[in-house]
Each structure stands twice: as structure tokens, then as C-alpha cells.
Design a protein around this ligand. Structure first.
Ligand code: SF4
Ligand code: SF4
Length: 231
């Protein structure tokens, strides 16, 4: 999500790289189930690859995933899916009775980073930050950022940057449409992006869901370019 807050307001004030050590390791979260998977409202926003991986591995179609496990909300001028919180205990749909994530290997980017986050610079690059007042454990241990988030390589970073760039472009486009008194077009634009990047399955020529992240990135790039061309 795009935020307009100072570094000191949201974090410990430091910028972290993959090779830096950060005090984030909860050592399996033993005994804690307080936050991060509960009472998260609409904050666990999914990026397109999160939906792709979850739907691929469950397996379930993207529209079934969004219907059963997610809700759609307005984020940065777009309609984006976030994890649904259960009505009974206000926990993520994928949190089991022992407070374990049922989709740990496919967990979304936001969950993978927690309690880290990304801070974006004007040139479209990012650093990692340690978010304030997030993880409730008091005895967090230092670990290298790369090991904590499970470094997914430069291709993943390139993907996240493309995604962030689209959010910025779409936000600007929405502002322009509002200024021009063409608010009705915003809804059309949001639905188009949701369908193109989330609901249309990422499949190969054989109709099979793309198994490799590399193939996803290639297809995602094509779709992003098409959208940016229309914006
Ligand atoms: S996907 Fe897993 S880690 Fe993320 S909020 Fe749900 S239960 Fe927690
Ligand atoms: S708040 Fe921290 S220790 Fe507690 S469940 Fe979340 S990540 Fe684990």
C-alpha cells in the first residue's frame, strides 16, 4: 500500500537491506496468536502472485479463492483482494485451531515480511523497515533479513516494483478522472485490472496453471504492459 508517513512514525527509523540483521525472529511464534493473523481487517492485501500461488497449490480457481477466502476492498485507487477474517474469531480464514498458517509455503507477501515492511523511494526502489508496534513477542531474535523473508531473488523484486509502479499510475489516473468529473470510469478501470491481473488464470499454452514463478513473471509483465498502455 502507498503510505504518506515518515520513517520514524512507522518504524524503528532504520532502513534494512537483505544482508542486514534485524530483530524480527519470533522463533516459531510459540505461545503467541495475538496479532498478524487475527483482527487484521482489510490489511492483508494480496498481490497477483499471492493469488496465483494460493489458487495453484490449493488447488482452486482464482475466482473461487477470492470468493471463499478474500474480500475486495479499495486500495490506492484500485479494487484489490485482502484476506477475509472469520466471523467467529476474527482470524484469517487460513489460520487453524492451533494458530498455525495452513498455507505457510504460499503465504502472501505481507505475511512473509511481517513484522518487516517495505518503504518505497520516489525512484521506485525500496528498502525494508521494521514496523513499530507490530509483533507482540518481547524476546525477538536477530536474523538476516534475507533468511527471514525467504529471498525470492531479483525476479521477485522486479515483479514487486512493477506492481508498485502500477499502483502509482492507477492512483494518478483515478485522481485525473475525478478532476475531469469522470468518476464512473474509475469503476470500469478497477474491474478491468482486477480481472486482468487476479481473476484471469495464469496458464500456459496447454491450458495448465503455470507452475514456475519465472513463467508467471513473464506473463505478468505482458499483462502489466497491456494495462499501462491503456492507462
Ligand atoms: S495467510 Fe497465513 S500467515 Fe497470512 S494472515 Fe492468514 S494465517 Fe496468517
Ligand atoms: S505477533 Fe509475532 S509472535 Fe505473535 S503470532 Fe504474530 S509474528 Fe508470531
Amino acid at each position: 500500500m502507498l503510505r504518506d508517513q515518515s520513517l520514524e512514525e512507522i518504524s524503528d527509523g532504520k532502513l534494512y537491506k537483505l544482508s542486514d540483521m534485524a530483530r524480527v525472529d519470533s522463533k516459531g511464534c510459540l505461545g503467541c496468536s495475538e496479532v498478524c493473523c487475527k483482527n487484521m481487517a482489510d490489511t492483508i492485501v494480496l498481490t497477483p502472485i499471492d493469488v496465483h500461488r494460493l489458487s495453484r497449490d490449493l488447488p482452486i480457481s482464482p475466482d473461487q479463492l477470492l470468493e471463499r477466502a478474500c474480500q475486495i476492498g479499495q486500495v490506492d485507487g484500485l479494487l484489490l483482494p485482502h484476506m477475509k477474517m472469520s466471523k467467529s474469531n476474527n482470524a484469517c480464514i487460513f489460520l487453524d485451531a492451533e494458530n498455525r498458517c495452513l498455507v505457510h509455503n504460499q503465504r502472501p507477501d505481507v505475511c512473509r515480511l511481517f513484522p518487516l515492511g517495505r518503504l518505497w523511494s520516489d525512484d521506485g526502489d525500496f528498502s525494508y523497515i521494521l514496523q513499530k508496534n507490530q509483533c507482540k513477542k518481547h524476546d525477538l531474535v536477530k536474523i538476516r533479513v534475507r533468511d527471514w523473508i525467504g529471498d525470492q531473488g531479483p525476479e521477485y523484486d522486479a515483479y514487486i516494483k512493477q506492481w508498485h509502479r502500477l499502483l502509482k499510475i492507477a492512483t494518478k489516473k483515478n485522481e485525473d478522472l475525478i478532476e475531469a468529473g469522470q468518476e464512473t470510469k474509475i469503476k470500469v478501470l478497477c474491474k478491468y485490472i482486477l480481472k486482468k491481473l487476479y481473476l484471469t488464470p495464469y496458464v500456459g499454452a496447454d491450458g495448465e496453471t503455470l507452475a514456475e514463478d519465472m513463467d508467471f513473471y513473464t506473463e505478468f509483465k505482458k499483462r502489466i504492459e497491456e494495462i499501462e498502455g491503456r492507462l
